[in-house]
Design a protein around this ligand. Structure first.
Ligand code: G
Ligand code: G
Ligand code: NA
Ligand code: MN
Length: 253
């Protein structure tokens, strides 16, 4: 019972933190934003793949708590960057189930107001899988966020349940070309052709295009030539804790 001092031995659960990976404007070389990525450092297992953590969390109420924590951390971080004079934007990932209720929209609105962060500085990355599960409710939640000014990005574009309908029906500002295509484009002319078509299509629809998984200069040059807007990948930096990012930004250029 509570108050007896007895505790269930669950072991050290480790630490969950947010890492941030820079996104670079291809035309100017400027850092325009960051993607927030969850990291779980386990005392015995080391860094656990976030996909594994999320897969497990999604089967229970833990995902809801995890997402609340991510929103809190990212908005708090945006407020800190603002206070330091930075206009950096941050994107966060949400899982399918997070979008099935309006709760996340309310939480985000509340945190932005509380921290005095402008909604335009925040972006939500959603995957097409989320849209398949319950398109109406997901669209409802996304529209709520869009109305308050939060930007929406379609993540992993080109994989899974890709439908060009999503590009039309959703209030998107950005598509992220899946890294599987970007990783291949320097060596595989099919991948390069697919990436170029995606850039052209998104551009024609007025959407910003981000290429993720940019690992080398050749890929960067190909994206530049193709008119891609933003690049993200190890060529610039790996995801890192906020304090390391501050130091990295100071060194960059
Ligand atoms: O960070 P990579 O480093 O390994 O991320 C692996 C996967 O985990 C990606 O598909 C990414 O979208 C997902 N992911 C990372 N951080 C978060 C998060 O905070 N929330 C959710 N829902 N997914 C995340
Ligand atoms: O949300 P999404 O699945 O798009 O998550 C981005 C994933 O891509 C994260 O797991 C991140 O660690 C990973 N990533 C970021 N940059 C690179 C890169 O240059 N190469 C590879 N292979 N992975 C990357
Ligand atoms: Na993402
Ligand atoms: Mn992605």
């Amino acid at each position: 019972a509570i108050g007896t001092g007895a505790q269930v031995e669950v072991g050290d659960p480790g630490v969950i933190t947010m890492y941030y990976q820079p996104q670079v404007c291809i035309a100017t070389g400027e850092v325009v934003g960051v993607e927030a990525l969850l990291r779980w450092r386990h005392p015995r297992r080391g860094m656990v793949d976030p996909e594994e953590l999320i897969r497990v969390a999604e089967q229970s109420a833990v995902m809801r708590l995890l997402t609340r924590r991510v929103v809190d951390d990212v908005v708090t971080q945006l407020a800190r960057w603002s206070a330091a004079g930075s206009t950096l934007r941050a994107a966060l990932n949400v899982s399918v189930r997070d979008l099935h209720t309006g709760e996340i929209a309310e939480q985000i609105a509340d945190r932005l107001t509380r921290h005095g962060v402008r909604p335009e500085r925040l972006q939500l990355e959603i995957t097409e899988g989320a849209l398949m599960a319950d398109p109406r409710r997901v669209l409802d939640t996304i529209s709520k966020l869009h109305r308050i000014g939060v930007a929406i990005a379609l993540d992993d574009f080109g994989t899974g349940y890709s439908s060009l309908q999503h590009l039309r029906r959703l209030p998107l500002s950005e598509v992220k070309v899946d890294r599987s295509f970007v990783l291949g484009m320097a060596d595989d002319s099919d991948d390069a052709a697919i990436v170029r078509s995606m850039i052209e299509l998104a551009g024609a629809l007025g959407l910003r295009v981000v290429a993720e998984g940019v690992e080398d200069e050749r890929t960067w040059r190909l994206l530049h030539a193709a008119g891609c807007d933003v690049a993200q990948g190890w060529f610039f930096a790996r995801p890192m804790p906020a304090d390391e990012l501050t130091a990295w930004l100071a060194r960059y250029r």
